[in-house]
Design a protein around this ligand. Structure first.
Ligand SMILES: [Zn+2]
Ligand SMILES: [Zn+2]
Length: 175
């Protein structure tokens, strides 16, 4: 997701621009985003632009139990400062100073949101998404989806239960 910000960089410090956007399917390096919509506020700072994003995204995930594809809604909110590599008025190279770690706007003056979005998505993604809260998962013996079929496999008992089954309660001294 890229926006040309040459005009915004030519504004005086404190100038505010707001963009509304709705994007279809996009792919970042490691996440597939079904759709992304929200608003982006750009505030001119003395070094560059402060980009505040509020967006909701649809992400394709797999259920952690039955592996069915599911769509998760993810809310993304962040504010990051972007520093241009070239001065928008003089086209002279801008020294990053101690902002070297932050996001940069390339010499084409395109502000690229895909990297911060990617980073925030990785932080926000649910670790164990489920297709439904009580998903029955897959049968451990035959791999059938137990949400749609009952495969008839005998339930596998944990070995430890067999020990308990042979335990003679009468040997226990009690009242
Ligand atoms: Zn499931
Ligand atoms: Zn089975």
């Amino acid at each position: 997701m890229q926006i040309n910000v040459l005009n915004e960089l030519r504004q005086p410090v404190g100038a505010v621009s707001v963009f509304e956007f709705a994007e279809g399917a996009t792919r970042t390096q490691d996440t597939e985003i079904g759709s992304l919509s929200g608003s982006l506020t750009l505030v001119r700072t003395n070094r560059g632009l402060l980009a505040s994003l509020t967006a909701s995204a649809q992400v394709s995930e797999c259920c952690a139990r039955c592996l069915a594809p599911i769509d998760c809604a993810v809310r993304i909110e962040f504010a990051e400062e972007f520093i241009p590599v070239l001065d928008a008025n003089t086209a002279r190279r801008v020294r990053a100073g101690n902002a070297g770690e932050g996001f940069r706007i390339g010499p084409d003056f395109m502000l690229d949101l895909s990297e911060p979005i990617r980073q925030y998505m990785l932080m926000l993604e649910p670790q164990k998404p489920l297709c439904q809260p009580d998903c029955a998962g897959l049968c451990p013996s035959c791999g059938e989806d137990l949400n749609t079929t009952s495969c008839g496999c005998a339930p596998r008992l944990d070995e430890r239960w067999n020990v308990l089954a042979g335990f003679d309660a009468s040997k226990q001294k009690g009242s």
